[in-house]
Design a protein around this ligand. Sequence first.
Ligand code: ZN
Length: 280
Amino acid sequence: MKLVRFGERGQEKPGMIDAAGALRDLSGYTDDITPAFLAGEAFVALAEMDSTEFPVVEASPRFGVPVSHVGKFICVGLNYADHAKEAGMPPPEEPILFMKATSALQGAEDTVVLPKGHSKSDWEVELGIVIGKHSKNVAVEDALGVVAGLCVVNDLSERAFQLERGGQWVKGKSCDTFGPVGPWLVTLDEVGDPQNLRIWLELNGEMAQDSSTNQMIFPVAELVSYISHFMSLQPGDIISTGTPPGVAAGMKNPRWLKAGDRMRLGIDKLGVQTQQVIEE
Ligand code: ZN
């Protein structure tokens, strides 16, 4: 299944993309794609239903974050060996974790706003995991069972805030609009192997990042298990699993984001995001 939330910000309705690519309105079935919905029977039952029972939405609405009320937005740093190299860091022996403020979340096509005082803003296409079940101390072999689905994330970063202002990375990761998620939440049965998906990002039509999730140092199941040993994971939590090489910070002469830029990014089977960049 490909689940979506469509409509104006704050007024999104639940929907799904059917096998033919049409948007179907699920508001007669559930009020919203909430954490409770993902954890409940209605989500399981929906997979067995005939999507043509739900009305088609003819317009091309905005897509919001495909789950509401995200409790945690957890990120994994340096999870592609080549990206660690371009960042001048050794590949980590254990996953590096940091948090991104949930107020940074927005839809896949929403405008990215560079914050006041920005000087080194950067892109990072990433595979996102949406948790579907309350979980703690999950074994690696059980970890995919607590995942509701996968999605595309752009982990935008203001490197000067992140690395030159002291303390933790959170300052440079949490700016408003720095967390586009979606357009879809895709269930694992439809994705197949999460560790064999092309992952890419274009800046102004030129390929900047182009890799595969088979390059991840710590794969999806290991990450979910690992994180659940430090904190419980709740339905609706999002884990962003790190970015492949090709970010501005990895360039000899970095080409930072500026107003007027346009990013296009995607992952096989998980859809494509497009963002226009403006300044605050
Ligand atoms: Zn990242």
